[in-house]
Write a protein that binds this ligand. Structure first.
Ligand code: WTA
Length: 576
């Protein structure tokens, strides 16, 4: 096998030069020294990510370097961030926000969303984030389940909320971020007007370490998306993984390409990097090889955290990275879906640096299994458990399996500091993750003789398309709202570029003529109702869906049919 070994200078200069030693000696209790607690033992993640740096010699250091889609640049130091987030916290409390309330952010990538996120944490309210690609169906699920009190958005996105506001009795106010030409109406608030009036000093909420800080909706196999809730002190694992895995140092310019609507954008675009007092780049424009390479070149990015689909798009593009000066780069990481060995090697061959694969989930709150700057890479492997974290491959009864055997990828819950603290209003779902003393991830994997973990696939029907986690049920529910659709079954179909694409099998209502135009109409319908990324790129009409005798759609059978594989055990299947 093609092992990538690290050279001695890379090892000695890494924040964690000796993984095995660190793993042996590590304790979360000791690691807490990375955090600053208030004198009474309470805590606030935003104090740790902003105020403590603003009160230190780091005060004039850049926290955020922002470039918009049209190339305008803005920068914010930690002390500017302190003032702005204090002001925003005052704006929220003067509009009735209290500890424990949910405040959601629905914005494109602009600096205000970072100020809003940290300002919310300062008040003790729970911050929720959403992709700006979400349409009304996705929005209503999240805002009604969470009972959000305030949404921070802009005039362009506001009409989507306006449409559903009448069905959201708990949503009291909307804050709009533009300076001019704001829509007017009752309970519509101007961010800028309020910020201008607000005091630059805020009495930050003293939270218990386990009090809730943020929540993110994510998809499972069944039902609507679930609200995964994280606590303030979960910040510890975010900081430590940013330090030991992403290897961020004071001299670095770090770029995490993830959107804040995804957990990676929250944990590694906000909490980890600023918790550590690092400098982070945010690009407000869309992906293109040209624009991304230019961001690295112009801002002299040194540490880059991105995702396999983007890497594959760069690999397949005629635009060569050699046309840009990317010599500032020194460490590359990837997350979200399996990173093929080709991706790791492409980094090595074209950028002179291999990509380091990292594995984690919305529920785990931070990286759990990963590759390290000081550890040899086996391309295609997710690496080894983070210090403090105990991971195993287990069978259905929770028994650990020996090396080489495939099973459930599981974690000892008490060893994952940032593990979710709750599924919002759904204790049963929360409990279902924990079996026989393990947290069961829903992924299948195996471990090799050297302790490296290898991803095999999902144990359930969750779809990963371009790194985004999509629940088939959400897409099916939206499909059947189309007036010509009777029933639908949705699967992830393997795709070289996107990992998977969403494929829908659709049963039309009686008398409806199938046509290619109708396929397109149905796909566009889902795109317009649910989200820009959560629509079926392929639609196939089918006479009947495979179902269990109790009426559950058997997506496994649809998938087998699609891939030309045996359908497996169909004893519970209705005639198909
Ligand atoms: C998948 C993402 C293979 C996996 C931070 C997991 C991965 C799900 C990897 C979580 C990886 C994430 N290799 N698969 N390195 N990283 N996944 O919650 O199936 O959006 O369970 O969090 O993504 O997706 P989520």
């Amino acid at each position: 096998m093609n092992i990538i070994s690290k050279d001695p200078s890379a090892i000695s200069s890494a924040n964690m030069p000796d993984y095995e030693k660190e793993y042996q000696e590590f304790s979360w209790d000791q690691a807490k020294e990375e955090l600053t607690f208030f004198e009474d033992g309470t805590f606030n993640a935003a104090y740790n990510a902003v105020d403590r740096h603003a009160n230190s010699e780091k005060k004039d250091r850049l926290a955020l370097i922002y470039e918009s889609d049209t190339g305008e640049k803005e920068t914010y130091t930690f002390s500017q961030f302190k003032e702005l987030t204090d002001k925003f916290a005052n704006v929220l409390t003067s509009n009735g926000v209290q500890k424990g309330d949910r405040v959601f952010i629905f914005l494109p990538p602009i600096p205000e969303r970072y100020i809003a996120f940290l300002g919310i944490l300062k008040t003790g309210a729970i911050a929720g984030t959403m992709f700006s690609a979400f349409q009304e169906a996705a929005l209503i699920d999240r805002l009604s389940d969470s009972g959000a009190k305030i949404v921070v958005t802009n005039s362009e996105l506001f009409p989507r909320i306006e449409k559903i506001w009448k069905d959201l009795p708990e949503l009291k106010k909307i804050i709009l971020t533009e300076k001019d030409n704001l829509p007017e109406g009752e309970n519509l608030i101007s961010y800028h007007q309020e910020m201008d009036k607000a005091s630059p000093n805020f009495e930050i909420a003293h939270m218990k370490p386990d009090d809730f800080a943020y929540m993110l909706y994510t998809s499972g196999t069944t039902g609507k998306p679930k609200g995964v809730v994280h606590a303030h002190a979960d910040l510890l694992q975010a900081i430590l993984t940013t330090k030991y895995v992403l290897d961020v140092k004071d001299s670095d310019i770090y770029w995490c390409t993830a959107d804040i609507g995804w957990v990676t954008g929250v944990v590694y675009g906000v909490l980890g990097v600023w918790g550590l007092g690092g400098t982070s780049v945010v690009y407000g424009g869309r992906f293109s090889p040209e624009s991304w390479y230019k961001i690295i070149q112009d801002h002299k990015v040194t540490v880059w955290y991105t995702a396999p689909t983007a890497i594959r798009m760069l690999m397949g593009s005629p635009v060569s990275p050699k046309q840009y000066d990317l010599s500032s780069l020194r460490h590359l990481c990837s997350v979200g879906e399996p990173l093929n060995p080709e991706g790791v090697m492409w980094g090595k061959e074209t950028l002179g640096l291999p990509f380091h694969d990292t594995w984690w989930q919305t529920e785990t709150g931070s990286i759990c299994i990963t590759n390290y700057p000081s550890m040899d890479i086996k391309p295609g492997s997710m690496g080894k458990p983070f210090p403090g974290v105990v991971a195993g491959i287990v069978d259905d009864s929770g028994k650990e399996l020996p090396a080489g055997q495939e099973g459930h990828l599981a974690l000892k819950p008490e060893t994952v500091y940032s593990l979710m603290k709750q599924i919002w209003k759904n204790e049963e779902k929360y409990q279902s993750y924990f079996q026989n003393g393990w947290y069961i991830s829903g992924d299948q994997a195996y471990k090799d003789e050297d302790g490296y973990f290898w991803f095999v696939g999902r144990a359930d029907d969750v779809i990963k398309t371009s790194g985004e986690r999509v629940g088939p049920f959400e897409v099916e529910s939206t499909l059947i709202e189309h007036p010509k659709v009777l029933e639908a079954g949705v699967i992830g179909k393997p795709d070289e570029l996107r990992g998977e694409i969403i494929k829908a099998f659709v049963v039309l209502k009686q008398g409806v003529e199938p046509s290619d135009a109708l396929k397109e109409e149905i796909a566009a319908f889902v795109k317009g109702k649910l989200a820009g990324h959560a629509y079926p790129r392929e639609v196939e009409f089918i006479d009947k869906l495979p179902k269990t005798r109790s009426g559950k759609i058997m997506r496994r059978v649809l998938k087998a049919k699609e891939l030309g594989l045996p359908t497996g055990d169909t004893s519970t299947l209705e005639e198909f």
